[in-house]
Design a protein around this ligand. Structure first.
Ligand code: FMN
Length: 200
């Protein structure tokens, strides 16, 4: 499947085939692609909780106000951000480059994030957005479907996945086989309304 096709055919699936199970190799392949998603300064501040165990998926559906996708999908990826990634031994984010580059990045990260919880939070949510789209498009290439989700009780889901204090949950993505196709698109806005040439 080429990229255009994956973009056009990815839809938010509401009903998954609960009998379909991804192999652990499939899950690993998907996550190997997810970690190629871009992050500012290559800080790789996403953390992914991959859930395939039915009892945990059931708890996630409950936290998601009884939406069925998590319990019926094969895999739930809870995309989290590590708010301290900027200071967590950051030279390793550029370990393939000379030490001067590593130090430059370390200093830049400090300047941007040390004093700004808002920057740390924005960056976590940004990074997870890219990773979510990578997961959903890669799933299409693997013959699978997906649903991005934020309709959940944050504190309840945090408890289910044992979220560390210095992390946040950005969203989750359910991956599996669709049992039913998505309804027709809600209705895209026109390019005229959302695209501006050179300035607003
Ligand atoms: C951040 C985000 C959160 C969403 N949360 C939910 C959700 O909790 N439950 C659900 O059924 N769909 C959810 N969706 C799916 C959207 O409703 C869907 O993406 C949108 O209607 C466009 O449809 P499409 O993805 O099929 O093109 C979410 C989508 C995004 C991007």
């Amino acid at each position: 499947m080429d990229t255009f096709e994956a973009v056009k055919t990815r839809r938010a699936i509401k009903k998954f085939d609960s009998s379909y199970k991804m192999s652990s190799d499939d899950v690993k392949s998907l996550m190997e692609l997810a970690i190629l998603s871009p992050t500012s300064y290559n800080q790789q501040n996403w953390r992914f909780v991959t859930v395939t165990e039915q009892s945990v998926k059931d708890k996630i559906s409950k936290a998601a106000r009884d939406q069925p996708q998590p319990k019926d999908g094969s895999l739930v990826v809870v995309l989290c951000g590590n708010l301290n990634a900027w200071k967590d031994n950051p030279k390793r984010y550029w370990k393939n480059h000379p030490i001067e580059k590593q130090e430059l990045v370390q200093n830049s990260l400090s300047r941007k994030y040390a004093e700004s919880p808002q920057n740390r939070r924005d960056e976590a949510i940004r990074s997870c957005g890219f990773a979510a789209q990578t997961i959903m498009l890669a799933a299409k290439q693997m013959g699978l479907d997906s649903c991005p989700m934020v309709g959940f009780e944050y504190d309840e889901l945090a408890k289910v996945i044992n979220l560390p204090e210095d992390h946040l949950i950005s969203m989750m993505v359910v991956v599996g086989k669709a049992a039913e196709p998505a309804a027709q698109r809600g209705g895209q806005l026109s390019l005229d309304e959302v695209v501006f040439e050179n300035h607003f």
